[in-house]
Design a binder for this molecule. Sequence first.
Ligand code: B12
Ligand code: SF4
Ligand code: SF4
Length: 393
Amino acid sequence: MPQRASNPTAMHGPRAGLDGAALSRWIIDTCTRSDADGGLGFTAAGVCAADAPPAEDVAVLDKWLKTDRGTMDYMSAQAAERIDPTQVLSNVQSVVMVADRYASRDGGIDATAEADRADGLLRGRVARYARGRDYHATIKRRVHRLADSLRAAFPTEAFRTFVDTAPVLERRFAQRAGIGWLAKNAMLIHPVHGSYLLLGGLFTTLRLPEPPQSEQPTHTDHCGTCTRCIDACPTSAIAAQPLAGAPGSRPRIDGSRCISYLTIEHEGVIDPALAERTGDWVFGCDVCQEVCPHNSPRPGQPDASVRDEYTPQRATLPILQMADWKSADRSLLTVSSMKRATAEMFRRNAALALASSYRQTRDPAALQRLRGMLNDECAVVAQTAAMAVASLG
Ligand code: B12
Ligand code: SF4
Ligand code: SF4
């Protein structure tokens, strides 16, 4: 059942004099209480010290920035801030991390996308996180409410909120704050809620003690010997080879091979060896989460709710039409995080999805449309179409 976001009961700030562990508890309780009960309706929340990452994490980030970041130059531009939270907020002491669940456990059975296909149009899939309203706005609005109420109670303290919007290692802080463990597919996984979680939080100069282990447990790694995500990743982006010298057996993600990067972040022509493996994904990719046993249904265990804002509006996009998209067509997507990709990127992604569709179905409409893209006004799209046609032999 979706959780209702409308007509929330007014949220009350912390009572005067509240501090220490009691204040941390008030924050966690307020974040996770439902909107109807005057809370912020997050699936999970936690607090931790705003410490710098340990040396092994810095080594992983360093290696990632050197070899795995592709064209994500914004990541290296703010590397120093990512490993030193005081550069993001001066004198920061603590972090509040929150997580919103955006999809239910479905064991990889994508019923919403399947339902879309009933109209017979050729369709490409959108990753689950981008199917509803833009999570940046959804999470930020509620983290701002928390910051406002704390600011009113502690006017001399400073607060800085973030949802992908500041150079913060969000997964690491979410793990430190007891929300889950960092898994082999790089995702932060909650032992009960799985990995279909989006993160946000705030830095503050307030000192918030971490609640005792009984209330905010540190989750151990529940990946064990499983390698499903590594085996299933279509582009082998999850490097089976762990980083030399790093402790444990965790692999790292080569961001430059990830379909999420290729379809959303990368603006140029995609390496042909990878382009043939993007399948029907036209915005993001969920394969390493679909195969993860922690996202499978658990018979007899009720599934936590997903907020109304994440109700899918577009689980798929019609690729024959998308092949013609101009900037104005993206206005369809302004309330979703899909607005991040340009019209040219959508046309390029449509070309790859048309080729994939033709490989699967031999539908002549897909090949005909792909050939029509050879003269696209954008050189990247035209080159992609040429490469895709050539790959079909
Ligand atoms: C850049 C980025 C991407 C890039 C690179 C992904 C990546 N794996 O790094 C691309 C575009 C590929 C991407 C894809 C996706 N992303 Co993204 N992305 C980010 C962003 C902006 C920065 C991540 C980052 O710092 N990467 C650099 C690596 C090195 O950092 P890291 O993965 O966090 O790893 C740290 C630790 O885990 C540890 N570590 C990692 N590996 C290892 C290995 C060893 C041996 C050791 C010791 C330590 C260690 O060290 C690192 C430094 O502390 C964050 C938001 C943010 N500000 O954090 C969202 C974020 C990570 N993305 C998110 C999502 C939802 C996705 C996708 C699922 C979207 C989709 N469906 O298409 C995919 C998932 C791909 C995947 N399996 O990781 C969510 C993840 C939520 C969650 N439950 O984990 C975030 C947190 C956004 C948010 N606000 O919710 N993303
Ligand atoms: S999101 Fe897709 S391409 Fe990226 S690591 Fe996961 S399975 Fe591989
Ligand atoms: S698929 Fe297996 S190895 Fe990968 S994240 Fe899930 S439990 Fe861990």
